[in-house]
Design a binder for this molecule. Structure first.
Ligand SMILES: [Zn+2]
Ligand SMILES: [Zn+2]
Length: 551
């Protein structure tokens, strides 16, 4: 049993990438001992001992991520939430200990995780179509993109912002009436969204954008208080935030995607094909709960099965919502089976083929963008977008909290961009960001995006003058596409050109850095290798192409 304690230690308290051979060898040793020894039933006494010891070890080692003593509740909560699932995962994983340690970041990544490929139908890719002209009088959709609300029901003003826990500014933290305390509308440090600020944002939207057609929401509704999650709490915040959106934007149609903070515990989502062992490991509550809250169509059976779905928006536009926890290495259930969980990417191929056959266009919403997800998942996803580039108009993601974008470049012709993804930044100010949202404009006839605008308010100022003053932070067309007029749509090639211009255009580069952190303060200096590495990442949609598209 002590070995599992060490495993907890490895998982929680040693930073990832800590792959010196000593660390890697001890991880391997521990994992192999666990796999050999805990094949008998784990009884409740064992569990109690395990949780007590793990909590103590967590407290002793918490100086790894906090300068102050950590509240015991953080460790106790984390250990209780994760214990059963980690045991179930280790009992079921067929991977070698070295692969497991590579997967969780304590050994170099190994290549013996299972490779897999989706099957493409035997159809010919249609010729690539150039962007059409936009008719000036053509009607437009107005789409609100929200991401990463991270609502903390216990947020309170006048609390300490340095509480020794991963999230502060909360009921239960020490009162503080100094200028360093949490403000009425939120705090730039490690503090999440208040309900009254979220409501203030929706009121501003209702007053200024009464004609929003669609709300797309790219996930992460619960706060970063990962040691206090539960199915009930997670669904409660999902329901409260959804009801507020409905109240202020009653005519807009809402479509959501699942984030890594929506399951409980955080990140852990068993693929539907896997036997989860303990009933409490099941994630069915999340699918059923969100399907009910978001009032998904009863025909969307794939959502209740595995959290993804397609929804028709008009006669030739389809929205596809994907569940990217199935490609995320923080989802340790993928140690048991990572081969196309839920059959989602094969379903994506089949759905896109149907849309291509019917001459329909698609937009994709999802939480994590593909680059950085597990390799077979990331590569298959890239190949799918390349095959169906004419059908997929654009992709919308969250998770980064920063405002950024991703260009998909053609490996057989690296100067050609064939698709792109946009990340608007988070609603939450966590961390060192302003609250914000994005309004997108889409040409209904061609389904091309024409522009987006980001909206924020200055949090420091709001806390001083007692109310947020929302304003348009920037418009993509003015900042990045200034040479274009409105008869030209926003294209993947435009975003590729932006990355090229950023190499030499200091004004554009500095704008990008400033808007990336939602105009919070002076952005960190990023020149020379930092600048070229960042631009390279914007141009890399599959990690296997690392360096291929660097400028
Ligand atoms: Zn988030
Ligand atoms: Zn996230």
């Amino acid at each position: 049993m002590a070995n599992i304690v060490i495993f907890f230690l490895l998982c929680f308290f040693f930073p990832k990438g800590y792959d010196n051979s000593e660390q890697c060898l001890s991880c391997e040793k521990v994992v192999s001992q666990i796999q050999n020894k805990i094949e008998q039933d784990v009884d409740s006494d064992d569990l109690y001992d395990l949780e007590e010891i793990s909590t103590l070890v967590c407290l002793l080692k918490s100086d790894r991520w906090s300068s102050s003593p950590v509240d015991e509740n953080v460790c106790r909560g984390l250990v209780q939430e994760f214990t059963l699932e980690i045991i179930s995962i280790l009992l079921r994983s067929k991977l070698l200990p070295r692969s497991i340690c590579g997967f969780i970041g304590h050994c170099p990544k190994s290549n013996d995780t299972k490779d897999w490929n989706v099957t493409f139908p035997n159809t010919t890719k249609p010729p690539i179509m150039g962007p059409p002209k936009i008719l000036p009088a053509s009607p437009k959709y107005r789409i609100l993109h929200l991401s990463d609300i991270h609502y903390d029901p216990l947020y309170m003003p006048n609390r300490t912002t340095d509480c020794g826990e991963p999230v502060c500014c909360r009921h239960g933290n020490a009162k503080d009436f100094s200028s360093n305390a949490s403000g009425k509308w939120g705090d730039y440090r490690y503090c999440d969204t208040t309900l009254w600020t979220f409501e203030n944002m929706l009121r501003y939207l209702a007053e200024n954008f009464p004609n929003i057609d669609y709300v797309i929401y790219t996930g992460d509704t619960t706060s970063h208080v990962v040691w206090e999650t539960s199915p009930e709490k997670n669904l409660l915040v999902a329901n409260v935030t959804y009801q507020l959106i409905r109240k202020y934007l009653p005519n807009a149609k809402f479509f959501g995607a699942i984030g890594n903070h929506d399951p409980s515990p955080v990140n852990l989502v068993p693929p539907p094909e896997v036997d989860v062992g303990f009933p409490s490991n099941s994630i069915q509550w999340m699918y059923d709960g969100l399907a009910d809250i978001w009032k998904l169509d009863s025909s969307q059976k794939t959502f209740r099965y595995a959290g993804f779905y397609a929804q028709r928006l008009d006669e030739d536009l389809v929205l596809i919502s994907l569940h990217m926890n199935f490609g995320d290495s923080n989802n340790w259930w993928l140690l048991v089976d990572s081969e196309d969980p839920g059959g989602m990417l094969q379903w994506l191929v089949d759905t896109l083929q149907e849309c291509e056959d019917a001459n329909e266009r698609v937009i994709i919403i999802a939480h994590q963008h593909p680059n950085g997800l597990l390799d077979p998942f990331n590569r298959n996803y890239f190949d799918i977008i390349l095959r169906y580039e004419n059908t997929v108009r654009a992709q919308f993601y969250g998770h980064t909290h920063e405002d950024t974008f991703l260009v998909f470049l053609d490996p057989s012709n690296p100067s050609r961009a064939f698709n792109y993804g946009l990340m608007p930044g988070s609603v939450t100010p966590y961390s060192h960001l302003n609250y914000g949202f994005r309004i997108l404009e889409m040409d209904i006839r061609t389904k091309y995006l024409l522009n987006y605008e980001n909206y924020i308010f200055n949090l420091t100022e709001a806390n001083q003058i007692r109310s947020p003053s929302w304003y348009m932070e920037y418009s993509a067309r003015k900042t990045y596409l200034s040479e274009k007029d409105y008869t030209q749509p926003m294209t993947a090639q435009d975003w590729a050109n932006v990355t090229i211009e950023m190499q030499t255009d200091d004004v554009m580069w500095n704008d990008f850095l400033f808007y990336r952190i939602k105009s919070t303060n002076d952005p960190p200096i990023c020149e020379d290798s930092c600048r070229s590495d960042t631009i390279c990442s914007l141009r890399t949609a599959w990690n296997g192409h690392r360096n291929l598209f660097c400028l």
